[in-house]
Design a protein around this ligand. Structure first.
Ligand code: PLP
Length: 405
């Protein structure tokens, strides 16, 4: 067996199951889960219809590079959304079956195994980055996000000897779980580091369309373009972005996303994917074309999240330290005021009020003397507003009860 498999940690939800084992949630309350970041708004009817209308495609093997129509829809979306100069449909975009499989397989493509390579990950982070690093025969190196800098990872703390070994850097903006969006200055710094130490940046942008302020989150390709990095040499050199329809269009079950950026890197990734057998089903490709071409449903989806966050966040703020995120659908709250650890908070909230939240320490690793998720909880505001409000009321009651004990 591949010995690297033994390095994989159990998933946060498995840890949660173990945490809750042996305690029965209070039957006086109906269960409400803010645990999993699974979109719950309905899939738009036109996307469902496009899937049905294109079932004839099942009779053919699809190509890994995707149809011309899909590559065009993706490139056009990127150009519109980020104000990019015309992209080469043949070389600068590639469909993937959701960003998760792509984030994982990308590391297998770009890492030379067992060469002492490091894969840099933010901390807290999306667990796939870590597993991707291990199974590519590399080691993850965690850079703690800093609440004082809007949760931006503190790259200045990284020693020179570490940078020398970094071959791949995972980034998540808007971040899961923090909701933080990297700034143009952050990107300028990162692009300079990538050039100096010759590593590839994998920018995970799957939450880019759910945002709470007026300005849409800055994208990595947009930043590269604004910084003039598309004008000379190879455009988007050493940069690949990962995006997805799962959250944007409420189709997590459809498994559709894309990668875009450095054409040289994507050429190798396409080769890898051809062998891996990861072509997207023709009906999914057709439905994805329809989804990327429409913004109305995305605006409606965003409006629903905004209303939900506006209603729920102030309630939670009464009892826990939490700020409105820049983007995404999580609240990343500090539970220190409650007097409980993140795990104890989650365990008791579940037992006493039947509300599930995820302990922050499950989403981060101990690194450099601390676990930056400790004393925080992640709440995914994915369900209907009324259910989220009910969960918030119970959290407020729970915290008041803790104070009076
Ligand atoms: C940060 C982050 N990246 C990627 C994904 C994967 O999303 P998908 O594979 O549905 O595109 C998720 C899913 O929750 C996520 O939270």
């Amino acid at each position: 067996m591949n010995p690297h498999l033994d390095k994989l940690q159990s998933y946060p939800f498995e840890k949660l199951r173990q945490l809750f084992a042996g305690s029965t949630p209070n039957p006086a309350f109906k269960p409400i889960s803010l645990g999993m970041g699974e979109p719950k708004h309905p899939t738009p009817a036109f996307i469902r219809q496009a899937l049905i209308d294109n079932l004839d495609g099942l009779a053919n093997y699809p190509v890994t590079a995707g149809s011309e129509a899909l590559r065009n829809a993706i490139a056009s979306w990127l150009e519109r959304r980020y104000g990019l100069p015309t992209l080469d449909r043949a070389t600068q975009v590639l469909p993937v079956n959701g960003s998760r499989e792509a984030l994982f397989s990308f590391a297998q493509t770009v890492i030379a195994p067992d060469t002492g390579a490091l894969v840099m990950c933010p901390n807290p982070f999306y667990q796939i980055y870590e597993g991707a690093a291990f199974l590519a025969g590399a080691e993850p190196y965690f850079v703690n996000s800093d609440p004082a800098r809007n949760f931006s990872p503190d790259y200045d703390s990284v020693p020179e000897a570490v940078w020398q070994r970094v071959r791949l850097l995972f980034l998540c903006s808007p971040g899961n779980p923090t909701g933080a969006v990297l700034t143009l200055t952050d990107w300028e710094h990162l692009f300079a580091l990538s050039e100096r130490y010759n590593f590839i940046i994998a920018a995970d942008e799957c939450y880019s369309e759910i945002y709470h302020g007026d300005a849409p989150p800055l994208g990595a390709m947009q930043a590269a373009n604004l910084l003039g990095l598309t004008k000379e040499g190879e455009p988007y050199a050493r940069l690949v972005v990962f995006s997805s329809l799962s959250k944007r269009s409420n189709v997590p079950g459809m498994r559709s996303g894309f990668v875009a950026g450095d054409a040289q890197v994507l050429k190798k990734f396409l080769l890898y994917r051809t062998y891996h057998g990861s072509a997207m089903g023709p009906h999914v490709q057709a439905a994805s074309v329809a989804a990327w071409a429409d913004e109305t449903h995305v605006e409606e989806n965003r409006a629903q999240y905004r209303a939900k966050f506006a209603a729920i966040t102030p309630l939670i703020q009464e009892v826990l330290d939490v700020q409105m995120p820049d983007a995404g659908f999580y609240l990343w709250a500090d539970v220190t005021r409650s007097g409980l650890s993140d795990t104890e908070f989650a365990r008791r909230l579940h037992a006493e009020y039947n509300v599930t939240v995820l302990p922050g320490s499950y989403l981060a690793r101990d690194a450099h003397g601390s676990n930056p998720g400790r004393n925080r909880i992640r709440m995914a505001l994915v369900a209907e507003t009324e259910e989220g409000l009910e969960a918030a009321r119970r959290i407020v009651q729970f915290c008041h009860q803790l104070k009076s004990q």
